[in-house]
Design a protein around this ligand. Structure first.
Ligand code: NDP
Length: 280
């Protein structure tokens, strides 16, 4: 049986072990997938121990994606554009890095939800590992403009610069967003709600009823932003559960060469048939 894991800090909340177990059952691939809590200073050592124990692949979640990028001996083009890695594959004793966050988000929005992102003026909140993954994918999906705002403005500047599309992608100070008009897409890629923030502070004039509000978070962590979006009058609101399943499917395909069917796993996680995704 081959070994896989998700590394993060914290990581006990992660649904990835259940998702990969469900994909394994669906495709008849035997695998063992666990969650490993590793603080940034302990990440390298934990990953070495995992590899020594036969680890073949790993997902990486907050706050380790940029560190994962730095330790890879080879990276995919989309990981390079993101400067962040969420999928590690052990090849010839070295880690190869990819980033499936962006494709996961876009597949969920344009595939499962059949939404068209082309021509939308987009606001991306956050500039951490996941924002780095989704920003290039949003540009590839055809958004007309991408404005990035982050609590630490230097990280938004760095992300906008790294995207290399000065015509379409710019950074703005969070406090200046009030002067930016409205957006047809607002993506929350911050982890603000994980630190206990129960309200999301953003001017209501950024949205219109046609604005699609997307939170990469799911469950309780998505409540604050989606409540803001509802109060601001957005009709279309999406949490990050579908993206989570899609980014996992893309990682599964990299490791096992088989693309699982995401729909039943998504439905199970939403609670429509919990027996499909059990806690292994
Ligand atoms: P990182 O730790 O890399 O980045 C966190 C981001 O949130 C930074 O931009 C940080 O700003 C910002 N932030 C943190 N606290 C606050 C706050 N109190 N107010 C405003 N901004 C804040 O995390 P990731 O980018 O990896 O993940 C971000 C969120 O997205 C997580 O909650 C994660 O669970 C979720 N996610 C969901 C996925 C899915 O598949 N659905 C996939 C990936 C992530 P600063 O730079 O100033 O610190």
């Amino acid at each position: 049986m081959s070994h896989y894991a998700v590394f993060g800090h914290p990581v006990s909340h992660s649904l990835s072990p259940r998702i990969h177990a469900a994909f394994g059952r669906q495709t008849g691939i035997e695998l063992n997938y666990t969650a490993v809590d590793a603080a940034p200073e302990a990440f390298m050592q934990a990953l070495d121990a995992f590899a020594a124990g036969g680890g073949r692949g790993a997902n990486v979640t907050l706050p380790l994606k940029e560190a994962a990028f730095a330790l890879c001996s080879a990276t995919s083009e989309r990981a390079q554009r993101a400067g962040a890695v969420n999928t590690l594959t052990r090849n010839d004793g070295q880690w190869h890095g990819d980033n499936t966050d962006g494709i996961g988000l876009v597949r969920d929005l344009t595939g499962r939800l059949r939404l068209d992102l082309r021509g939308r003026r987009a606001l991306l909140l956050g500039a951490g590992g996941s924002a780095r993954g989704v920003a290039p994918a949003l540009l590839d999906a055809g958004v007309s403009e991408l404005i990035i705002a982050n609590r630490t403005p230097e990280r938004a500047d760095a992300l906008a610069d790294a995207l290399g599309e000065p015509e379409r992608a710019h950074s703005r100070y969070w406090e200046d967003l009030v002067n930016e008009g409205d957006f047809a897409l607002i993506v929350n890629a911050t982890s603000a709600s994980r630190s206990g923030a129960t309200e999301f502070s953003l001017p209501f004039q950024l949205s219109t009823p046609r604005t699609l509000a997307v939170d990469l978070n799911y469950g309780e962590a998505a409540i604050a932003f989606l409540a803001w979006a509802r109060t601001a009058g957005c009709r279309d609101m999406v949490d990050g559960l579908g993206m989570l399943v899609e980014q996992a499917a893309a990682a599964f395909e990299i490791w096992h060469g088989v693309r699982p069917d995401t729909a039943p796993v998504y439905a199970a996680l939403r609670g429509k048939d919990a027996s499909l995704v059990t806690a292994d």
